[in-house]
Design a protein around this ligand. Sequence first.
Ligand SMILES: O=c1[nH]c(=O)c2[nH]c(=O)[nH]c2[nH]1
Length: 306
Amino acid sequence: MADGDIVLGANQYGKAECRLVRIDRETPVHRITDLTVTAQLRGDFTACHTDGDNSRVVATDTQKNTVYAFAREHGIATPETFLMTLGRHFVEGFEWVTGGRWEAQSHAWDRIVTGDGEHDHSFVRRGEEVRTTVVQKDGDATWVVSGLSGCTVLKSTGSEFSGFPRDRYTTLAETDDRIMATSVTAWWRYAPETQAELEGLDFDGLHAAVRAALLSTFAEVHSLALQQTLFAMGRRVLEEHPEIAEIRLSCPNKHHFLVDLAPFGLDNPGEVFFAADRPYGLIQATITREGQPEVPQAWATVPAFA
Ligand SMILES: O=c1[nH]c(=O)c2[nH]c(=O)[nH]c2[nH]1
């Protein structure tokens, strides 16, 4: 090789951001591990870069499959031990792989607290939620619409989906046990329409109570469809709070697909999931009181169904 020749420098390759959810379900008290894993290999991959010779290229698809299979085979005691187990597999398994880089982001979930205490299989994601409010005035009228967004919840059992019509484009299997997860956006309109009356409301207390009602209902309802859960959540808020006139809910169905581990000789009894980010189902509804007039001015500019 002569000075000045063009050569390959440092390189690494792999599969980025494998969305992995593992549910430990040996007992009715489930444990959730939610990771975004990136796996990359280092070693001698020159022939691929220079000549397209893939004989040493452990496919990124294989690396991804290994992530999901290892979650089943070895469990995930901690992200650190999980990644080291993965790394050792590649370095010891392929002699030209000299090293690599494995990264995991761990997404924290707390158990939903209901009237009965911490729930066994319903969780709320820590730290992404925002409390929202829009006040609008027109002459003597005042409207307050408040809400929350980014409230991500998941139940690892207690959710089914079946009985839907089948046509030639339907491939979805019926299920009597799936993960149900959503990121709740809620907006509710306070009933009073004068500033004096509205100022008498305990907005902090009401917000906390509405949030608790939404989460408890999500946890406690055995769901036959996200639509049913969403309506039950809104109904409970209106039942408990006469000072709230109506509520709008927007809930993406954050699909968790059971990974088929059969090609690797592994079963997967509801433990290892691919958490897809898009496309997602989008379920939206207004829950209101019979006979109550609509108040479009209160909702103008509120991104309720955006
Ligand atoms: O709860 C659900 N509602 C649906 O309308 C739907 N559609 C779908 O494919 N999965 C689901 N789940």
